[in-house]
Design a protein around this ligand. Structure first.
Ligand code: FAD
Length: 411
């Protein structure tokens, strides 16, 4: 079995095949699993990188039927059943599980790829953390930089990630950096959330969306709704209305599409370049090739698409493992256990099946609990728990470090 991607789906699939009589090669372009839902906390100095990432080899130390291969998958030769990996030899497979996830979608907006910060990997989260902290250092000695939008942070995309990033940035600025920078006027800081639709937290009940907006306003985040971005420049965001927001930092969390690898695969694609799969999560005409998680255009029996969220990928990973182990094709049915997003300290929204909705402190506690439970590895769980406890009690952000490579390949 070759599994491409050690994300939420790939890991669950490999783990669920622990007792099966199969040899698994798990390929990933990175040597670690990334807990993407908490990347924004790394970007805003709430957590360290190794709190939310875990070495893949470490995860499978005690599962001898898994071999890890570090490399980028660049194609699949379906005729000879080989996965093409760069660098190194191709990998033969009897069963292939494609779980390579999603990449940022720029929607063709000029300047996004060149000037915006993205939030899909640990490296990108650290780049954003460096940028935010460096802007404050520069503003401390260069008043003209502030006047030019040096302390304006624009986040594009009002989904859960955009809302969470704005809330965490606001807390970093108004609870921590305001005490660090004695001479800096924090009223010059602007955090602007730009969203193309008329609401934030799409997918949540309107009452929870309204609560999200209220909390963001309380935290000093300026929300611009029904505002489409026409272009991003190094020091400005240009809206379709022609308004220019002077900003040296733009975070783009407006949408995702399939990873570039998908473009090279000879399979039918759905919206966002995702690979079309049947009800058993195999590619039509290729019963030994499964696609799961964010890479798959998987649908419910009524034709509605499954969301690109971690629980869908995890359940699909376990489902495919069972299909491979038993050889029995079945229909994948996603069990929705709810959705949640946090806005800041004591403030979150949670929507559970059967119309159960929470907001504020109870939702926030539930959010903390679920995220700790789903982190990979006891050490990461313990670290995050201690860090969050410390941050909560002291308002501290110990990870507010600017760390850049000083020579090629070394820090
Ligand atoms: C910032 C952010 C916040 C999020 N917040 C939430 C949340 O709160 N709740 C929630 O449920 N979901 C959230 N999500 C979505 C969730 O993270 C994804 O749905 C989930 O990661 C999908 O799992 P996956 O296994 O399909 O892909 P991933 O977890 O993305 O894993 C894909 C893996 O494939 C590897 N890979 C990619 N291309 C190649 C290649 N060519 N060769 C080799 N390896 C490759 C990658 O390195 C990666 O390790 C968030 C996502 C982001 C980016």
């Amino acid at each position: 079995v070759v599994i491409v991607g050690a994300g939420f789906g790939g890991l669950q699939c490999a783990k669920a095949l622990a007792g099966a009589a199969v040899d698994i090669t798990l390929v990933d372009q990175r040597n670690h699993h990334t807990f993407q839902p908490l990347l924004y906390q790394v970007a805003t100095a709430g957590l360290g990188a190794d709190d939310i990432a875990h070495s893949v080899r470490g995860i499978f130390q005690h599962q001898p039927n898994v071999t890890f291969r570090l490399g980028t998958v660049v194609g699949v030769d379906v005729e000879s059943s080989h996965v093409l990996v760069d660098p190194g030899p191709a990998l033969p497979y009897d069963h292939l599980v494609l779980a390579a996830g999603a990449a940022t979608s720029t929607f063709g907006v000029p300047g996004v790829a060149e000037h915006a910060f993205e939030l899909k990997s640990v490296a990108e989260a650290l780049a954003l953390r460096n940028q935010v902290l460096t802007c404050f250092e520069r503003a401390d000695v260069e008043p003209a930089f502030v006047a030019d939008g040096g302390l304006t942070f624009v986040v594009v995309g009002g989904g859960p990630t955009g809302v969470e990033t704005c809330g965490a940035l606001s807390e970093l600025v108004h609870r921590v950096l305001c005490a660090d920078f004695h001479a800096l006027d924090m009223s010059a800081v602007r955090i602007v959330l730009v969203e193309a639709t008329d609401h934030v937290l799409g997918g949540f009940h309107p009452r929870l969306r309204a609560y999200g907006l209220e909390r963001l306003a309380d935290m000093g985040v300026e929300v611009q709704l029904a505002a489409a971005v026409a272009g991003i420049e190094p020091t400005a965001v240009v809206l379709a209305s022609r308004e220019r927001i002077a900003a040296h930092t733009t975070v783009w969390v407006a949408g995702v599409r399939a990873v570039p690898m998908a473009d090279a695969l000879p399979f039918p694609k759905g919206p966002g370049g995702r690979i079309t799969v049947g009800p058993d999560l195999t590619v039509p005409g290729h019963p030994s090739i499964h696609v799961i998680g964010d890479l798959a255009d998987a649908r419910r029996t009524d034709g509605t698409p499954l969301a690109g969220v971690a629980p869908v990928a995890m359940q699909a990973g376990r489902f495919v493992a069972q299909a491979i182990a038993t050889g029995e094709p079945r229909v994948f049915r996603y069990r929705n256990k709810g959705t949640m997003a946090t806005i800041g300290r004591n403030a979150a929204v949670t929507e559970l099946p059967l119309g159960l909705r929470f907001r504020g402190f109870p939702a926030w506690v539930l959010w903390l609990f679920v995220h700790i439970m789903y982190l990979v590895g006891f050490r990461n769980r313990a670290n995050v728990l201690v860090n969050w406890g410390w941050n909560y009690l002291t308002y501290d952000r110990a990870a507010r470090l600017i760390v850049r490579p000083e020579r090629d390949g070394s820090e």
